[in-house]
Design a protein around this ligand. Structure first.
Ligand SMILES: [Zn+2]
Length: 119
């Protein structure tokens, strides 16, 4: 995407907020295969899957977390990053809306096939 550093396929770990993770928690999440830790996006993605609704999320890396970043993670750094990224996120969302084909028969609409909750 134009001038935006985008990574696809990271493993998101949702933690209990609003506090930041401790160094030990960050280490544990990395050992479990996590790439990004945050405080949102759950349970809505699970509910979308169960309702066979297409779902995608955008994660903005606002800090490198305890034990990785020098110094302390604080709300000011997160707020500054979010403010800087606001226009980019708006552009990503506008592009996604334009490129989305609501009539496409994608995997999301069949995610319960073969399960006990099958419609
Ligand atoms: Zn889909």
């Amino acid at each position: 995407m134009a001038g935006i550093d985008v990574k696809d396929g990271a493993t998101y770990c949702c933690m209990e907020g609003p506090r930041y993770e401790t160094r030990a928690e960050v280490k544990m999440l990395r050992m479990l295969g996590g790439d990004i830790a945050g405080h949102t996006s759950f349970p809505e993605q699970v509910l979308a899957r169960e309702a066979e609704i297409c779902y995608a999320s955008i994660g903005i890396v606002s800090s490198m977390a305890a034990g990785i970043e020098e110094g302390h993670v604080n709300a000011g750094v997160v707020e500054d990053t979010m403010e800087k990224m606001f226009d980019d996120v708006q552009q990503i969302l506008m592009n996604a809306i334009e490129l989305t084909d609501v009539d496409e028969d994608c995997w999301c609409k069949h995610s319960l096939e073969g399960t006990v909750h099958q419609k």
